[in-house]
Structure formats: C-alpha cells, structure tokens
Design a protein around this ligand. Structure first.
Ligand SMILES: *[C@@H]1O[C@H](CO)[C@@H](O)[C@H](O)[C@H]1NC(C)=O
Ligand SMILES: *[C@@H]1O[C@H](CO)[C@@H](O)[C@H](O)[C@H]1NC(C)=O
Ligand SMILES: *[C@@H]1O[C@H](CO)[C@@H](O)[C@H](O)[C@H]1NC(C)=O
Ligand SMILES: *[C@@H]1O[C@H](CO)[C@@H](O)[C@H](O)[C@H]1NC(C)=O
Ligand SMILES: *[C@@H]1O[C@H](CO)[C@@H](O)[C@H](O)[C@H]1NC(C)=O
Ligand SMILES: [Zn+2]
Length: 450
C-alpha cells in the first residue's frame, strides 16, 4: 500500500495502520533543536521545562461539520446543530459536583442489582495519609497502594511489544498539535477526557473523535475517586459521560480513574454505569509506567528526566510477555511537546519495533463496543450476571449471582481472595525522583493532574 493511500484511508476511515511494520520502518530520526514536526515547532528537549516560552495557542474549533459521519460503521452522525454551552445546564467546571440533584439520583438507579462493596472512602486517595486503608489495600483491590487490579481492568495491550497509546486530561488547545502528529504517523490513540474540558473545548473533542481516536471518561473535576461517596462517584462519571454524549452523540464504555485511584467500590460503580476501568501498566516489581510528563508541566521534573523515564519504560516494556500502557497527558503544551517531539518518536524508532495503537484497538475491542449507542456486544463491558470484585477470576460466580436484588451500597464488605497477578510486592517508586511514590505525590501536593 502506498503511503498516500494509507493516509487517505486513515483520514477517511480513521484507520490506524501503524501496526504495519512497513509504516514503522519509515519513521524519521528524533527531531533536532526546534524542528518542525507535523507542522508544529518542537523545542529542544533541554528547553522543555516549566516556564518555557510558549508557541501560539492552536485554534480550538472543530474541523468537522455538524451532522458529519464518524469514521466507524454504525456510528450516529455528529449532533446537528452542534452542541452549545448553556449556562446553568452543567455543574461548575473543575469543582466537586452536587450529588443530591435529581439527575444524579436518576443515575444512582444504575447501581441497582450490583453488589457495590461497602468500603469506606479513603482519606485523600494517598497511601501515606490513610494507613488503615493502605494496610487493607489487597482486600480493597486498591491500585494506588500496591497496584492491585482485577480481571475487569484493562492495564496493558495483550500483544507483546504493543503500546496502547493514551492521553489524559484534555481536550485542550494543544491536543490539536498532537492530533496533527498522530495523523501524520498514522497512529490511533485513546483520549481519556475530563468533562469540564469537554464543555470548554467541544471542538477539540470532535477533532479527536472524527480523526478515528477513541474517547473514554476521565471524570468531571479530576478527584481521587476513592475519596468520594458512591453518589459523588456517580456524579463525576455521569456528568462526564453526559458531556461527551452531548458533543459527540456517543457515550463511552471505558473510563480511566484520575491518579489510577481505584478500588473495588469505584470499580463496581464504574462497571454498573457501563464503563470498563482502564489503568496503565505496573510491572510485577512495582514499576509504574508513568512518564511524569505531568510533573514537567508542574515544574518539579525536567523534560529530559521525563524522557529518560520514558526510555526506561520502553526498555522494561520489551521484557514483558504482554504489551503495555503508559500514562501521558495532552492538557499542556509541555506534555504535548514531549509526546510529539520525543516519546512517540522514540517508540516508533525503537529496536525491537513497537506497534502503537489505541487501547481499545490493541485490546481487540471493536470500536463499536466502545460506545453505548453502537455496542451490540452482550459480554462487554462484562458478561451477565454482573461481575463480583471478590475474586480475580472473571468466571467467579460467587457473590455476583447473589447480587441481584441487593441494595446498591452494601451488603457488607465483599470477601477478597487472591490478587491481580499484577504486582503487589514492594513499594512502587518514582524513579525520576528516587522517592517512594506516595512521597512523590506528597511533594506535589494537590499541584496537578495525573
Ligand atoms: C453507604 O450507604 C450508607 C447508608 O445507606 C451511607 O451512610 C454511606 O454514606 C454510603 N457509603 C458510601 C461510600 O456512599
Ligand atoms: C527498567 O527501568 C529501570 C528503572 O528506570 C531501569 O533502571 C532499567 O534499565 C529498565 N530496564 C530496561 C531493560 O530498560
Ligand atoms: C464481545 O466482547 C468480548 C470482550 O471484549 C470479546 O471477547 C468478543 O469477541 C466480543 N464479541 C463480538 C461479537 O464483538
Ligand atoms: C488469582 O489469584 C490466585 C491466588 O492469589 C493466583 O494463584 C492466580 O494465579 C490468580 N489468577 C489470575 C488469573 O490472576
Ligand atoms: C496528607 O495530609 C496532609 C495534611 O492534611 C497534607 O498536607 C498532605 O498533602 C497529604 N499528603 C498527600 C500525599 O496528599
Ligand atoms: Zn488525569
């Protein structure tokens, strides 16, 4: 297939063909200082740091017209007229949501019939400030403290040397630069978007979706979900889902918890609302595939260190029996510059070569399954009856079969057995800072995003 044919196909159908080894081999060397990549001037790595001069902000408008057809079979047309913000119609941006409204009560009904574990909210989603919860992390399936996962989580692409590419916390103006790069390199990605950003930059969300990328939920105000009540979790997921649906006409079936802060209560609420949790890879030695690009944007890590971390991640990724997911962000110019100037290129030119594609795609989930409106799959987000979080075995019927008819929050704490198979051993470390992860988060305080 000729390059232009692939490109045309890509733009028409939103197909990602980066898994074609021929495509991977054509990638260029890393950009020199100030090189233009996909129409964007990327600064030298050493100057990518907090306070760097900024390029002009890309326009935030949608390139697709209202009513246009999205690039996958059966997708509803984009809303026409395009969604427009109505004051009073939405929660305040980036603020905790009132969870006592009629709307949230309506969404709470989705939890009926699910055995939501009766786990107390954590103090602040950190291990250091909630030692009781941290000691109980294996029981709770708390990812933050020990990396506990369940079979229902997506944490890696199944195929070795495959990177499930994702970007969190947008949409935002610089996401457009990332989109230009992804299109030029024919890579698909998954965008876990914040509801507050969706209503602020609906046009950019449309650009992501119409370019064939996957869209998932990343909450409204970016809280540590384990700190919230059931109703507050429902509000965060529900309003974000609603914002995405309003702008795109489709409702995601995947979500990513901010900071990876998920436990069995958050998991079950998410699944009950029809969203499969997607985290990022943590090895069985506790090495979390986090580039710390968010810390560069916050000023506590240099761009060169974040990139060095990414190269370590790629090195470690080659040793895994499966593929992997990495935490990266598209909210800030800095994080987008790191991605399009450095990390994506490093992965594309890596030896052995990596396949880069969106997480749903690498997980072989048909795009139609990623949205409620087009999903016809009876076993996705999960097979019926609802899953239990009590076991790491997805076929375990134990408390799931007794779940029907139980009240939403709690018929007692679910007995937990086993673990995720993803490491529970050892303190995960921030390798950039050489600090225990909790301490790194502590150093950052409430600074930023993750
Ligand atoms: C669970 O329900 C009880 C009463 O039904 C309520 O007091 C408590 O706040 C709920 N827990 C959460 C985490 O929502
Ligand atoms: C894995 O990551 C560690 C920590 O950053 C690094 O020291 C090591 O070199 C990496 N392994 C490979 C094979 O790259
Ligand atoms: C339904 O989803 C499951 C889980 O992702 C997948 O294994 C199966 O192939 C899907 N079936 C169809 C028909 O898409
Ligand atoms: C589930 O946990 C048990 C006990 O910890 C372990 O032996 C088993 O390998 C795990 N299964 C999976 C699929 O992770
Ligand atoms: C722990 O709590 C203290 C006091 O409330 C707070 O200053 C600190 O930021 C918290 N630690 C983390 C890691 O959030
Ligand atoms: Zn985030």
């Amino acid at each position: 297939m000729k390059p232009h044919t692939i490109t045309t196909l890509f733009s028409l159908l939103g197909l990602a063909v980066a898994h074609d080894p021929q495509v991977a081999k054509r990638q260029s060397a890393p950009p020199a200082a100030g090189t233009v990549v996909a129409g964007v001037t990327v600064p030298p790595l050493a100057s990518i740091t907090f306070g760097m001069p900024t390029a002009s902000t890309p326009a935030a408008t949608a390139t697709a017209t209202p009513g246009a057809s999205p690039p996958f079979a059966g997708a509803p047309q984009l809303p026409s007229p395009a969604w427009a913000f109505t004051p009073g119609g939405w929660p305040e941006m980036d603020k905790p949501i009132d969870s006592t409204t009629e709307q949230v009560l309506e969404w709470m009904k989705e939890l009926e019939g699910y055995d939501i574990p009766d786990i107390d909210p954590t103090v602040d989603g950190t291990c250091v400030n909630d030692t009781a919860a941290a000691a109980d992390a294996a029981n709770r399936g708390w990812w933050t403290c020990g990396g506990y996962t369940r079979d229902t989580d997506i944490v890696a692409c199944p195929d070795k040397l495959t990177w499930g590419v994702s970007y969190d916390d947008g949409p935002a103006p610089y996401s457009n630069n990332l989109l230009s790069y992804l299109q030029q390199k024919q890579i698909s990605a998954t965008f876990f978007v914040v509801g507050s950003r969706v209503i602020e930059y609906p046009g950019i969300l449309i650009n992501e979706y119409m370019a064939g990328h996957e869209i998932g939920v990343h909450t409204w105000s970016h809280p540590h979900l384990t700190t919230l009540t059931n109703a507050q979790i429902v509000a965060e997921l529900g309003w974000t889902r609603k914002a995405i649906q309003a702008v795109l006409g489709v409702t995601p079936t995947i979500m990513r918890p901010p900071y990876g802060d998920i436990d069995d209560r958050v998991r079950m609420i998410s699944l009950a609302m029809g969203m499969v949790p997607v985290i990022w890879t943590r090895t069985d030695t506790g090495y979390s595939f986090d580039t710390f690009d968010w810390m560069v944007a916050g000023g506590s890590v240099a761009g060169v260190d974040s990139f060095a971390e990414f190269e370590s991640i790629l090195g470690n990724a080659t040793t895994l029996p499966t593929g992997f997911c990495v935490l990266e962000h598209d909210l800030y110019e800095i994080t987008v510059d790191l991605a399009i100037g450095y990390t994506l290129n490093a992965a594309l030119t890596h030896n052995p070569p990596f396949t880069l594609e969106a997480i749903g795609k690498c997980s072989k989930i048909p795009t139609t399954n990623l949205y409620v409106e087009t999903n016809t799959n009876k076993t996705f987000p999960f097979p019926s009856p609802p899953p239990s979080m009590a076991s790491n075995s997805s076929s375990s019927p134990s408390s799931a079969s007794s779940a029907a008819g139980s009240t939403t929050n709690g018929s007692g704490k679910v007995a937990q057995q086993g673990n995720s198979g993803i490491g529970s051993s050892g303190a995960p470390r921030s390798l950039v800072l050489g600090l225990p992860f909790g301490a790194a988060a502590l150093a950052l305080g409430s600074l930023l995003v993750l």
